[in-house]
Structure formats: structure tokens, C-alpha cells
Design a protein around this ligand. Structure first.
Ligand code: 13P
Ligand code: SF4
Length: 329
């Protein structure tokens, strides 16, 4: 999608203008931990995918300005259809979503009619509509532990998260072959060098990392789990194997500790900055609030179909679904 030509904003106090528009529009600004620090700093709420979904479902605002990627903004629209949901840059996608076209996912499902589809939230609304239960990295363990061991499962689109869950829970889920290009870029060789330079520093890793990274981690969890670990671990240095913008929240919360981003292949490639998340800027957020564009629009039939699997996650993650309720949607 080509960005519209916009006027020059030189001289405008963007922060103040965003503040003004937020009030005028009765908007809430939600930001993921992988957003640039200046966006995290002005957001009403910064969180992981599950927390952001819950906020999107609960807010009284008329407008949700979603500073994250498209599947997250779509989730907000699925849960709050009456609200205007804007995404500063509609090209902010995700390699996991791209890896899983709905027609191919449908054929995969059809080949395995006795399996339920447990699907990572990093996918399109159409793939959510083809799924039974959505998970995020912070709800996945709670949800999988509620599924009877004899129930066959297909898991997509992240093969690393699926593989991690298989190993941890002794499951044999069939895995869709998608990966996150950001977490895939961490280098085991460079990580081991970094660990040798900082003996005693624990490693916290996101489960989207491949096994050769996760195997060296002292803690594996979602972005909010990693942040919580950062607040509680006893040593003064932590190696962080996820998108490095999360370090901003760690430095705000625990300024006396040192946080080091895990390295990519040449030790300093910046290849673990998410290129999709990075598309959102203060300028684009300002335009989005001013013009209420780009806006997420969704066909109502698709929305309702996608909502079922998301509601299942929200219910199961809050413990309101019994084991007998599980099975294909
Ligand atoms: P969480 O914030 O839910 O851990 O997910 C990370 C992610 O991949 C966002 O794209
Ligand atoms: Fe997708 Fe990875 Fe970027 Fe998250 S970090 S939005 S999973 S590409």
C-alpha cells in the first residue's frame, strides 16, 4: 500500500497534538512493547498481545489507536466492532501472518479432520475464523494444559512456539511451518559469546525463538512475562532474547539494572528489530488520529466467525471454561 502524501509537520509539537486529538476523539492509545519508546511513553496502555486484547475488549473509548501490527488491530476490531480502530501504518504486518494464507490453512485443516486447531494470535482474521481456540504466548500454556492429552491438535502458524509447547507438555501437535523473522535472527554462537562475557547473567527468551536459543534461556515467556522476570531476577544484568524495544520498559522500571539485547548473526545487525512494528511513527499516529485513517474494516460474517475462537481464548485464559467444553468450535 502506498502511503498518502502528507504535509510537512516541521515545527509541530507532535506530542501535544496527539494529546489534543486523543481528547477530541475520545481515543485510547494502545501500544505493544515492541513499539518505539516515544510511542510507548504516550500510550494509555502498553502490554503484550493478551493484555492488549483484553484492553481493546474493555475500553469505553470511541476510537482505539492501535500502535502494534495489523493482526493486533484486527483483534481489537473483532472484539470491539462498534469502535473505530486505527493503525498508524496499514503495512505493519507480521511474518507469521504472511506464512499462513487462509486457503492453505483450510486445506491443512481438512486433511486432519480429527484435530482441533489451536492457533497463535499472530494470524489473519480469516485464519482465526478457521480455528477453534486462539492462544497468545502468555495464554498458551494455561490453555494447552486444559486440553485433554488424547485430543489431537494442529498448531499454527509459529512452529517454534508450537515446538516449545510440544516439548514442555509432551504433546505431539502437528505444526504449521511459520516463523517470526525477528526471533529467528538470534545467533546461538553470538549468544554464547555474550554469556561468556557476562557470567551469571540470566537469559530471558520469547518462545518464538528457535530451540537453539530457548535451550540457553533461564526464563521463557511472553513479553509481559519477560518484563516480570526482569523485575524479579536477582543478578544485576539480564540478556534479553526478544525484540529489543521492550528494554525501554525494563529501564523505566529497574534503572539500576543492565539489560543487554541478545545478538543476531554478526553480533550487531539490528536484525531483531521488528521491521513491521517499526513502521509506526509519531507522525503516522498523529495523522491517524487526525484523519481516523487508516482504519480497520471487517466483514461482519468474518468478524463473528473469528470472534468465536478469540472468545474461547479469553474465557479459557480467565478460567471460565470447563474441560468438557473443549473440542472443535
Ligand atoms: P507477546 O507480546 O504476546 O509476547 O507477543 C510477541 C509478539 O510476537 C508480538 O508480535
Ligand atoms: Fe510478527 Fe515477529 Fe514482528 Fe511479532 S516480532 S510482529 S511475530 S514479525
Amino acid at each position: 500500500m502506498t502511503a498518502p502524501i502528507r504535509e510537512n509537520l516541521a515545527g509541530l509539537d507532535l506530542r501535544a497534538e496527539i494529546e489534543r486529538l486523543r481528547k477530541e476523539r475520545n481515543a485510547v492509545i494502545l501500544a505493544h512493547y515492541y513499539q518505539k519508546p516515544e510511542i510507548q511513553d504516550l500510550a494509555d496502555f502498553v502490554g503484550d498481545s493478551l493484555e492488549l486484547s483484553r484492553k481493546a475488549a474493555d475500553t469505553d473509548a470511541d476510537v482505539i489507536a492501535f500502535c502494534g501490527v495489523k493482526f493486533m488491530a484486527e483483534t481489537a476490531k473483532i472484539l470491539s466492532p462498534e469502535k473505530i480502530v486505527i493503525l498508524p501504518d496499514m503495512d505493519a504486518g507480521c511474518s507469521l501472518e504472511d506464512s499462513c494464507p487462509p486457503e492453505q490453512f483450510k486445506r491443512f485443516r481438512e486433511k486432519h479432520p480429527d484435530h482441533i486447531a489451536l492457533t497463535y494470535i499472530n494470524c489473519s482474521a480469516a485464519v482465526k475464523a478457521l480455528s477453534d481456540i486462539i492462544v497468545t504466548s502468555s495464554s498458551a500454556e494455561m490453555i494447552i494444559s486444559q486440553i485433554p492429552p488424547e485430543q489431537k491438535i494442529i498448531f499454527g502458524p509459529d512452529r517454534h512456539l508450537g515446538g516449545y509447547l510440544n516439548r514442555k507438555f509432551g504433546r505431539d501437535m502437528l505444526l504449521w511451518p511459520g516463523v517470526c523473522i525477528v526471533h529467528e535472527a538470534f545467533s546461538e554462537t553470538e549468544l554464547l559469546k555474550l554469556k561468556a562475557q557476562h557470567p551469571g547473567a540470566p537469559v530471558a527468551a520469547h518462545p518464538e525463538c528457535p530451540p537453539h536459543i530457548v535451550d540457553h534461556a533461564d526464563y521463557v515467556g511472553s513479553t509481559s512475562g519477560i518484563l516480570q522476570f526482569a523485575k524479579t531476577f536477582p543478578s544485576d544484568t539480564l540478556i534479553v532474547a526478544t525484540e529489543p524495544h521492550i528494554i525501554h520498559q525494563m529501564e523505566l522500571a529497574i534503572p539500576e539494572k543492565t539489560f543487554i539485547g541478545a545478538p543476531g548473526a554478526d553480533g550487531n545487525c539490528n536484525c531483531n528489530i521488528c521491521p513491521y512494528m517499526a513502521l509506526n511513527t509519531m507522525e503516522k499516529l498523529y495523522f491517524a488520529l487526525r484523519d481516523l485513517q487508516p482504519r480497520i474494516e471487517m466483514d461482519e460474517e468474518l468478524r463473528l466467525a473469528a470472534r468465536k475462537s478469540l472468545d474461547r481464548m479469553l474465557d479459557m485464559a480467565s478460567g471460565t471454561v470447563g474441560k468438557g467444553d473443549l473440542g472443535r468450535a
